[in-house]
Design a protein around this ligand. Structure first.
Ligand code: FES
Length: 162
């Protein structure tokens, strides 16, 4: 049985940690969602090697593990940066400059929307209305919402998270 570190294209996965999570949940197949939540908390996404280990140790078909991992939108199959930058592209934000903010962030971070910087510091995404339209255009970094954001202010805003 493989329990040592596994080098993947994205990062090294310590399968011993996956085993620890499984043991914490008593190796219960019925706890699959909780196991995946803990795996995602550890790596900020669900690495393929971790999903394979979960399937192997719980003696579940890998397809079943993937079915659960892809059913819930809270689960991510791609690596996520330490900071998640969400640009609101709802109607109010769109008309007040969201496309320019997104474009500026793509340039500064050198990633497309949906991407993660190579140092895994930032992930950039576009989201629908955040519910604070009077502050449009709005940008959220992790759980902090910034309103009335101007493109010129973005560099300073990012500095606080570097
Ligand atoms: S449209 Fe952006 S907060 Fe509502």
């Amino acid at each position: 049985m493989t329990t040592g570190p596994v080098q993947t294209e994205q990062q090294e996965i310590d399968l011993g940690k996956v085993d620890g999570i499984l043991e914490h949940h008593a190796m219960e197949r019925s706890k699959l969602i909780a196991v995946l939540q803990d795996v995602q908390e550890e790596w900020r996404y669900l690495p393929e090697q971790a999903l394979r280990q979960v399937a192997r140790r719980l003696e579940l078909p890998l397809s079943q593990v993937y079915r659960v991992a892809t059913f819930y939108s809270a689960f991510r199959l791609e690596p996520r940066g330490r900071h998640l930058i969400s640009v609101c592209t709802g109607t109010a934000c769109h008309v007040r400059g969201a496309p320019m903010l997104l474009e500026r962030l793509e340039q500064v971070l050198q990633i497309p929307c949906g991407g993660t910087t190579s140092d895994e510091r930032f992930t950039l995404e576009a989201v629908h209305c955040m519910g604070c339209c009077s502050l449009a255009p709005a940008v959220r970094v992790d759980d902090q919402v910034f309103g009335l954001v101007r493109a010129a202010r973005l560099d300073a805003l990012l500095e606080d998270f570097r």
